[in-house]
Design a protein around this ligand. Structure first.
Ligand code: NCD
Length: 306
């Protein structure tokens, strides 16, 4: 088993499949009255969040607690980070407290990789800048497998602000590893320039959402990340929605079995309309539920569970 989970590229097919299978077993715990396993009793998991988060932080906390680990939630506000303490010194403090796993979200790409050199425990990347978010890719893969029965051979369209999306990058890596075909769809300004060549084999690019929909098994909508945009990447929100927003008529162009995903938080009315987000084809809420099982599996396996 790998010691850290920093990137979608850390997951080979066997490791990814083991995590997804373990997550399916963990999901049975969620259906019980007492949602707890003793697997990580006496182990310490630190949640180190330098960036805002609702779903991911709560999900890791719930996952660690369901495995009976001791959980320390470290938020930057109110900590010595606001006094200027460096990531390295914070890491050494966590190390001194005997953290078995550190879950880190940080605005700088590569921060989790640096942290992994400074602590003895496992490091899990919960999002580093615009770079990667591997547990989100795993929970997305889990959701596809649960809804559609497989990942191999699926055609997945990843739509919208690919440029700023760590979710898209980790998904591209994991989904192609598991045999899916990926098409990135969005305005040219929001698709990374090297996407059609160097990124990974099995990845295509299209600027025409309506053309891609009829051949998609999965449409993964991405949030337009205005907080990461220093310049303007499209003429107006209305224009963006007209070309790349997922609405009822577009949903009707999908094959009957196709699903619509979104990692959340959603911009209702911008990249996804309420008629789609709240429809039975939408997996938005399931993705959140599955996230806990997947993170339980990751914590359990990284910390040496059998
Ligand atoms: C994403 C993130 O933070 O990278 N959200 C999440 O983890 N569920 C996507 C986003 O912020 O748009």
């Amino acid at each position: 088993m790998i010691r850290h989970l920093l990137s979608g590229a850390d997951l080979d097919p066997a490791t990814a499949t083991l995590i997804l299978d373990t997550a399916a077993e963990m999901a049975t715990v969620a259906g019980r009255e007492v949602k707890k396993l003793p697997a990580l009793r006496g182990r310490t998991v630190v949640n180190l969040f330098y960036e805002d988060s609702t779903r991911t932080r709560i999900s890791f906390e719930a996952a660690a607690k369901r495995l009976s680990a001791d959980v320390i939630n470290f938020t930057v506000k109110g900590s010595s980070v606001s006094k200027g303490e460096s990531l390295k010194d914070t890491a050494l403090t966590l190390q001194a407290m005997g953290a078995d796993a550190v879950v880190i979200r940080h605005p700088a790409a590569g921060a989790p990789h640096r942290l992994a050199n400074w602590v003895d425990g496992s490091v899990i990347n919960a999002g580093d800048g615009t770079h990667e978010h591997p547990t989100q890719a795993l929970l997305d893969a889990y959701t596809m497998r649960a809804r559609l029965g497989r990942i191999d051979g699926l055609h997945v369209a990843i739509v919208g602000d690919v440029l700023h999306s760590r979710v898209a990058r980790s998904n591209m890596l994991l989904l192609t590893t598991l045999g899916a075909k990926v098409t990135l769809v969005g305005p040219p300004t929001l698709i990374p320039i090297q996407a059609d060549h160097a990124l990974a084999p099995g990845i295509e690019v299209s600027y025409d959402l309506d053309a891609v929909l009829p051949e998609s098994d999965v449409v993964m909508m991405l949030r337009v990340q205005r907080e990461r945009m220093a310049a303007s990447y499209f003429p107006s929100a209305r224009e963006y929605t007209r070309r790349y927003g997922m609405d009822g008529p577009r949903m009707a162009r999908l094959p009957e079995h196709a699903i619509v995903m979104h990692p959340g938080p959603i911009n209702r009315g911008m990249e996804i309309m309420p008629a789609v987000a709240d429809s039975p084809r939408s997996t938005i809420v399931e993705q959140v539920t599955n996230g806990v099982s997947v993170r339980m599996a990751v914590l359990y396996l990284l910390l040496g569970g059998k």
